[in-house]
Write a protein that binds this ligand. Structure first.
Ligand code: PAF
Length: 293
């Protein structure tokens, strides 16, 4: 095949796929030797437009972008979806090539957690806010352990995280601060489908009927924020939002108003800035979302 007959995708430089810590450190050293900055986008793959927005944000911040793809067993509970979590490697690599990502860090489980691995981060503060942690007690320990490893392995100047996982963003920010990890954690507002549903890899689990009902979550958040801003009482307004979601077919885990920075409970919107946070199950799929009031 002559170079001219190659498709644009074939001509595009592929991101370097790295699967072991030694070659990863060599890649980082080469970049650092040139005086270039690095941004890391941690993901579990199954990339959607939300992840790609994080990649574009990383590209704006740094000279080189590395995306990690690792479905982290440590953040899944025994009855959760680790085994069935969507894995879409070929599509992920194609999407990252199109965005001219420089490298993909794709370690296997045995690379991240080799035999004898025995250290786990136990985050406090926002990780114990009784939101996600109440329903997924193992989750933030697993997230912090893997994110700490990723930040130590890559030593990036920046790491980008979506606000869709709002409590996670606060937990990771606190961890980087508390452990003096010299990476700036950068948050990005949630990317939504046209009907308001927050982009999530787990949306792929929704049946057609569930997908049609799913935007009720965001509608309840926007209605609730509007009523609170107009002065409606906090407890009653949250109760109405919960009923609104249940009427759409969701089973609600929580629908709460918290201080946007500390995630502490609030008595009134005057105790703000206020963030509404929700988690609810539609059939077997658990979705989370949040919104600033
Ligand atoms: O948000 C995610 O996809 C994961 O929790 C993360 C940050 C990649 C850690 O596994």
């Amino acid at each position: 095949m002559t170079p001219k007959s190659k498709s644009a995708a074939q001509q595009r430089p592929q991101p370097q796929v790295i699967r072991a810590v030694g070659p990863l450190r060599a890649w980082v050293s080469r970049v650092r030797d040139k005086g270039e900055t690095v941004a890391l986008v941690p993901t579990m793959g199954a990339l959607h437009a939300g992840h790609l927005a994080l990649v574009r944000l990383a590209r704006r911040r740094a000279d080189r972008v590395i995306v990690s793809i690792f479905v982290n067993p440590a953040q899944f509970g025994p009855n959760e979806d680790f085994g069935s979590y969507p894995r879409t490697w070929d599509a992920d690599v194609l999407a990252l090539s199109q965005l001219k990502v420089d490298a993909i860090w794709a370690p296997g489980v045995a690379t991240m957690y080799p035999d004898g691995f025995a250290t786990r981060i136990a985050p406090g503060g926002p990780a114990l806010a009784r939101l996600e942690d109440r329903f997924r007690p193992h989750f933030f320990g697993g997230v912090c352990t893997v994110v700490a490893k990723l930040l130590l392995q890559v030593a990036p100047d920046y790491a980008t995280f979506g606000e869709k996982d709002y409590q996670q963003l606060k937990v990771v920010t606190a961890m980087a601060r508390d452990l003096d990890i010299p990476t700036k954690i950068v948050g990005l507002p949630t990317i939504r489908e046209k009907d308001g549903l927050a982009m999530s890899s787990r949306n792929a689990y929704l049946s057609t009927g569930e997908r049609a009902a799913a935007p009720a979550l965001y509608r309840a958040l926007t209605d609730c924020a509007k009523h609170l801003k107009a002065g409606s009482p906090l407890a009653a307004t949250l109760g109405e939002a919960e009923a609104q979601i249940e009427n759409a077919g969701y089973a609600v885990d929580y629908f709460e108003a918290r201080h946007a920075e500390t995630l502490a409970p609030i008595q009134s919107v005057k105790d703000g800035p206020v963030r509404l946070l929700v988690a609810a199950k539609l059939g077997r799929t658990r979705l989370i979302d949040n919104l600033q009031v």
